[in-house]
Ligand binder design. Structure first.
Ligand SMILES: Cc1ncc(COP(=O)(O)O)c(C=O)c1O
Length: 419
């Protein structure tokens, strides 16, 4: 391939494939009119927070969808993780994957609980239950597995290890609302599970989260802790914090729930469009959903084998960014390589080989209701063309003076909700 034929790619001066940027996690918005009605009713009532009727309705609907006895809506997923792990008495050390959003580890570290990072099973992107035994110490107080990207981890195997060792389990199911595992809804496993309803999640409350559980006593403790420990008007019986969801957030949540089937359907269509176009691409594998289960299809994740494509994830991301496709390297480089963990555990990478290998190959592509199936097809075709010229693109990028493999995000950087 003559190098000047590469000029059609925007990174080398061609016209971008998309006029405006497409992002991972662009918020899904439900029926505005219904949202405004709900907002009006909040203002009319003058009940803005403190477990008002919108929050209670939201909690009931979430608990009903998940099929659990208790849902405690929270201001966000991170605080939900902090409160529930504390309510379960976790302290000193808890076992957690490093291949996750940093909030999973921070929720522990914030309480002086050391996250002990567990490697992932090769090819799964999920905590390897067989590794947990090697990480147990007398200080281990719990396990926090992550159901990543809308796909369940090996829940049964993790629960078996936890039971053998009498350890509580909280699943970080931030990505997993409206998904199932072996026919049962996610949210009903372990001692408790936590959802995130952050703006980038397929079902959002602007910011928000929830603890869901079937444990009555745990639910009561979480509720106390979420509201400063108040168990009566002027009666504080527990140490607590402010983790409450506002009425406005719940109004958005109810409006998102009304539209949830439509959001899932769009994600599903996009996933199938990507899959069709990416399947034939050598060295690129889309991480598949098990459609025998309920799925929310909210992340399109590809695994890029640079030895076959000739172009690695950073360069592919840079080429896509120039085309106005804002792909992301979730959750690179792994929590263990972020501070303070990389200072605390400088050699953790030696024990996290599969995590590091997976993260070096993973790229997340735009989906959600801001992306049409034909956009997904177009991005898939673009990746086909990039990979067909992968080695030549790589060589040309390497030969550029002051080369920069991270994307030039002049326009992309203006979008503020993206992580
Ligand atoms: C895996 C994971 N855990 C926890 C969180 C934290 O949730 P929140 O942003 O609602 O605090 C996120 C959020 O993005 C996440 O992706």
């Amino acid at each position: 391939m003559a190098s000047n034929s590469l000029d059609r790619f925007a990174i080398f001066g061609g016209k971008p494939a998309f006029e405006t940027p497409l992002h991972v996690g662009c918020p899904n918005i439900g029926d505005r009119k219904r949202l405004y009605e709900r907002l009006d009713s909040i203002l009319d009532r003058r009940v803005l927070t403190n477990n008002g009727p919108m929050v209670r309705e939201f909690e009931e609907r979430v608990a009903d969808i998940v099929g659990v006895r208790h849902c405690i809506a929270m201001c966000n997923g991170t605080v939900a993780l902090e409160i529930v792990t504390r309510a379960l008495g976790m302290k000193e050390e808890a076992i957690v994957p490093s291949l996750t959003f940093v909030a999973t580890a921070h929720a522990l570290q914030w309480q002086q609980i050391s996250p002990v990072f567990c490697d992932v099973k090769p090819g799964s992107h999920h905590m390897d239950p067989a590794q947990i035994h090697n990480l147990l110490t007398p200080r281990t107080s719990g396990i926090l597995p992550v159901n990543l990207w809308g796909r369940p981890c090996d829940i049964d195997a993790i629960l078996a290890v936890a039971e053998q060792n009498r350890l509580p389990v909280v699943f970080d199911s931030a990505h997993m609302f409206a998904c199932s595992y072996k026919g049962s809804m996610i949210g009903s496993f372990g001692d408790a599970e936590v959802f995130s309803f952050h703006a980038t999640k397929f079902m959002n409350t602007f910011e928000g989260g929830a603890v869901v559980t079937n444990d009555d006593e745990l639910a009561a403790t979480v509720r106390l802790m979420q509201n400063f420990g108040f168990s009566g008007r002027d009666l504080v019986t527990h140490v607590g914090i402010n983790g409450k969801m506002t009425e406005v957030a719940a109004a958005m949540g109810l409006t998102s729930l009304d539209a949830m089937d439509r959001f899932v359907e769009r994600n599903r269509e996009n996933y199938h469009a990507y899959r069709l176009k990416l399947r034939p691409v050598p060295g690129v594998e889309i991480v598949e959903y098990d459609e025998r289960e309920r799925c929310n299809f909210q992340y399109i994740v590809i695994d890029v084998d640079e030895n076959i494509t000739g172009i690695g994830c950073d360069e592919l991301m840079a080429v896509l960014a120039a085309e106005n496709v804002d792909a992301r390297r979730y959750f690179s480089p792994g929590c263990h390589r972020m501070e303070p963990y990389s200072s605390y555990f400088p050699n953790a990478g030696l024990l996290l080989r599969n995590t590091e290998d997976s993260l070096s190959r993973v790229l997340t592509l735009p989906t959600g209701t801001a992306v049409e199936a034909r956009d997904a097809e177009k991005i898939g075709e673009l990746i086909q063309r990039i990979v067909a010229d992968g080695a030549a693109i790589h060589a040309r990028l390497q030969s550029r003076p002051g080369r920069e493999s991270r994307p030039q995000t002049g326009r992309l950087a203006r979008c503020v909700n993206y992580r």
